[in-house]
Design a protein around this ligand. Structure first.
Ligand SMILES: Cc1ncc(COP(=O)(O)O)c(C=O)c1O
Length: 445
């Protein structure tokens, strides 16, 4: 007979014990789990059989909704035909095809594609390309990187270094040297309850001039920002801010990188936020919606002139960087099928069409107890609550839990509830989302 120690018995009895969950309060979750078992269209089904309205497109990624047969079939066909092929000094057709398809919807000039497996890898890849590019063009002193407070660029060391979310940084003090941060653009005092992009704050981009004056432009390689910060709680760029960043970076020969891991693929109403807000950076990172979340994949869109700078040296490997799964055949198949759906169902346009309905619906929450700001654009929105006297994040978490009990999935960051429904959402489902959210806000202490 096998005998188990008490801790082994506990492990075996509690099936949830062994998965160290990411960005999760593990003990809280395992004491009171929220488990999802299947998904279709706009809904998850939980392990207790409830249909949960997906207010967040999973984790900002299932932009075409769940269970899309076209994607599932493309994936199963591909895995049967070519499960894997290396892309180091070898190739297969799919990443070439996918690169061309992405170049077609990318902002003009950003027609070279590097493939990764996640948003974090895309961020670190973009930073590495920026540094190597500056050397390639004889500007090797340009080694400094600039990010922004409240920025989120994933969890690699590059990403957390330029990122600006304190909890993601403070336990990992060994970060990249030579990194500065622009101020964030969240300013509730002047911009609370703005419709669309807030009016005030363009001058925050001018901080870049101060950093240039401090370090010398000849020492700065790149600036990396999200056009709209998602993870920090839907922080929108003030009117004119992104244009100003573009002017200053261009003037000083600094590369501008937009992290579009959330804003890419229709979230703000165009293929990329860059197009929506009329500012073309030198590099764009993306992931998530690229495959509708079905298979992990990320991509970095690079301006042609950057790529060409690498093609000038002696023949040989131009960039010593890449992942075993860069351009994985099954991920490419998922991405191609996803792009087909976006085009056939005109889902990016749909985000624009629904934008004012979405804004009206979310802004109807103004006046509810403790609501101190509402920010909405495209099909993304944040509702910020005042912190309770139990501490920052407590009230937000209560609302999040109540929503889940009421069959609605939202995201919570601090005291901000963030919503980003799949772009197939119907008006009636927007109404339901807002009603349930309002109910949960009313109940929160
Ligand atoms: C803007 C941004 N960049 C990077 C990432 C990291 O992506 P991943 O979790 O796929 O590594 C995220 C994830 O939410 C993100 O929102």
């Amino acid at each position: 007979m096998t005998t188990h120690t008490p801790s082994q018995t506990n492990r075996i009895n509690n099936k949830l014990n062994d998965f160290w969950m990411p960005f999760t309060a593990n003990r809280q979750f395992k004491a009171k789990p929220r488990l999802l078992e299947s998904a279709e269209g706009m809904y998850f089904t939980s392990d207790d059989g409830r249909k949960i309205l997906d207010g967040t497109a999973g984790l900002w990624c299932c932009n075409a909704g769940h269970g899309r047969r076209q994607i599932t079939e493309a994936v199963s066909r591909q895995i049967a035909r070519l499960d894997f092929a290396p892309t180091f000094q070898m190739g297969h057709p799919l990443p070439f095809e996918l690169a061309s398809r992405l170049a077609e919807i990318a902002p003009a000039g950003l027609n070279k594609l590097f493939f990764t497996n996640s948003g974090s890898e895309s961020a670190d890849t973009a930073l590495k390309i920026a540094l190597a590019y500056q050397r390639a063009i004889g500007q090797g002193t340009r080694t400094r990187l600039i990010g922004r407070e409240l920025g989120y660029h994933g969890v690699g060391f590059g990403g957390i270094s330029v990122g600006g979310m304190v909890n993601n940084r403070k336990a990992f003090p060994l970060q990249l040297p030579g990194v500065d941060h622009l101020p964030h653009t969240l300013e509730i005092e002047r911009n609370a309850f703005s419709r669309g992009l807030p009016q005030f704050g363009i001058e925050k981009a001018d901080e870049l001039e101060r950093l240039v004056a401090l370090h010398g432009a000849e020492n700065i390689a790149a600036v990396m920002v999200e056009p709209m910060s998602g993870s920090a709680g839907v922080v929108l760029p003030p009117q004119g801010y992104l244009q100003r960043l573009r002017e200053i970076t261009r003037k000083h020969g600094i590369l501008l990188i937009f992290d579009e891991v959330i804003t890419g693929f229709g979230r703000v109403g165009k293929a990329f936020a860059s197009e929506r807000w009329g500012v073309t950076p030198d590099i764009i990172t993306c992931a998530k919606g690229l495959t509708n979340g079905a298979i992990p994949m990320g991509a970095v869109l690079v301006d042609d002139s950057i790529y060409q700078a690498f093609m000038q040296g002696p023949d040989g490997i131009e960039l010593f960087h890449g992942y075993t799964y860069s351009g994985h055949p099954v991920a490419c198949a998922a991405a191609l099928a996803t792009l087909d759906i976006y085009r056939e169902e005109e889902l990016f346009e749909r985000a624009i069409e629904l934008e004012s309905y979405w804004q009206d619906a979310l802004h109807s929450l103004q006046g509810l107890p403790n609501v101190i700001d509402i920010r909405a654009v495209g099909l993304v929105g944040g509702v910020q609550l005042a912190p309770s006297n139990q501490g920052v994040g407590q009230r937000g978490y209560q609302v999040f839990e109540q929503c889940f009990r009421d069959d609605l999935m939202v995201r919570v960051t601090g005291d901000t509830l963030a919503m980003s429904p799949p772009l197939i959402v119907e008006k009636g489902q927007i109404d339901t989302l807002v009603e349930k959210l309002a109910g949960a806000i009313r109940k929160a202490q």
